[in-house]
Design a protein around this ligand. Structure first.
Ligand SMILES: Cc1ncc(COP(=O)(O)O)c(C=O)c1O
Length: 384
């Protein structure tokens, strides 16, 4: 049994993927070829947003947003600690300070009350300037964007939706980019919408911001707006107007994503079906089954249960040939790199409890009911 079965998906669209890759190889347009622009158009359309700009990975997508807003030392970025390290690690790249916010015990996403408290505390201390909030769509489901956006507006903060795990999720039929200034995503292979290597993108309705990020991903190159406002004495192609980076989605990856996007809606439905079967089997029989926010559609990057004896359960599953993973055993504020940003011990109680009890079970669109029932029966048979 596979934790995530990428081969089943590959077999489903093998001829399409093979010929898409072959086309790019024959075209020779490996960097920013036409498929890159095409996938950006499709990604924006998927979200009902104006722009998508692709980049090399989901971490760079976050960093590009912070670079565009010129974050600097003394700026505070509020984010959860119960997420993949990338969410917070980009903040010190800019010299800014991550301020960790607790999560809700049922959805594992940012707790708006904890966010309010963290903003109030930073303001009261007067050392840092609140600038940005990064909400994460953990395990595939949307954060509480209407409430988080209202808090951001009240305090004049920018909002990033880190949808690396949740690209495609909706809340009341709307995408995270409807609320966030920028939604970022990752196409890491194991993500619900993954490519065959590294990849990422930002989605935004802000045209000026999209243009700026397009410049930043290629060493701060001249944008159409720059060209309209200034006369250049050199070929603008080789000019750099701002400090940026080299962060581009490979054309081959874009071509693969174009094929995967065609089956993405169907795969989300299959993931939902798998999640429902798990929940029907577990409801009332284990400590906690996943709860999705009211009005939310998760893309089920992970199906995560809780157990008092999580490590015992994981050993029992392993002994029975069932793969499982712990996301995340060490919250970010307890990671070495974040020690200087960590709040006092016990300040994020929900995060710390979750990290001790969560266990992710096999989850992918091609998990068949028999295999799933074996997972359910094996979990329920554990009485440690
Ligand atoms: C929540 C979250 N943010 C950011 C990232 C970073 O994405 P990447 O690995 O493409 O840099 C990931 C996944 O890896 C993630 O899960």
């Amino acid at each position: 049994m596979h934790f995530i079965d990428l081969q089943a998906q590959r077999k489903r669209i093998e001829p399409e993927i093979n010929s898409a890759v072959q086309r790019v190889i024959e075209s020779g347009r490996f960097v920013l070829g036409p498929e890159v622009g095409e996938v950006e158009t499709r990604l924006a359309a998927w979200c009902g947003a104006k722009h998508a700009v692709s980049c090399a990975n989901g971490t760079d997508a976050l960093a590009l947003a912070l670079m565009a807003w010129q974050l600097k030392p003394g700026d505070a970025v509020f984010c959860p600690s119960f997420t993949f390290v990338a969410t917070a690690q980009v903040v010190p790249w800019l010299g800014a300070t991550p301020v960790f916010v607790d999560i809700l015990p049922d959805t594992y996403n940012m707790d708006p009350a904890s966010l309010e408290a963290a903003i109030a505390q930073v303001k009261a201390e007067g050392k840092l300037k609140p600038k940005v909030v990064i909400a994460v769509d953990l395990f595939g489901q949307p954060a509480n964007y209407p409430v988080i956006k209202a808090i951001c507006d009240a305090h004049g903060l920018k909002l990033i939706a880190d949808t690396a795990q949740g690209f495609g999720c909706t809340l009341n039929g709307r995408h995270p980019s409807d609320w966030a200034d920028i939604a970022t995503t990752s196409f890491f292979p194991a993500k619900p919408l993954g490519c065959y290597g590294d990849g990422g993108a930002i989605v935004t309705n802000d045209s000026a911001l999209a243009e700026l990020i397009e410049s930043l991903r290629v060493y701060g190159k001249v944008t159409p707006t720059d060209a309209a406002q200034r006369n250049f004495h050199h070929d603008p192609k080789y000019l750099s107007l701002r400090v940026g980076m080299n962060s581009r989605l490979d054309t081959i990856q874009a071509a693969i994503l174009l094929e995967k996007l065609k089956i993405f809606a169907d795969e989300i439905e299959s993931r939902e079906r798998v999640a429902r079967r798990y929940s029907a089997g577990f409801e009332g029989r284990i400590r906690r089954v996943p709860k999705v926010i009211d009005g939310g559609q998760s893309v089920w990057a992970q199906y995560v249960i809780e157990h008092e004896n999580r490590d015992g359960l994981q050993a029992h599953l392993t002994a029975n040939g069932i793969p499982s993973m712990v996301y995340y055993p060490v919250p970010i504020h307890q990671q070495d790199f974040a020690a200087r940003f960590a709040p006092p011990a016990g300040a994020l109680p929900v995060t710390e409890t979750a990290s001790q009890h969560v266990l992710a079970l096999p989850m992918h669109p091609y998990l068949d009911p028999e295999a799933q029932d074996r997972v359910i029966d094996t979990v329920l048979a554990f009485n440690g």
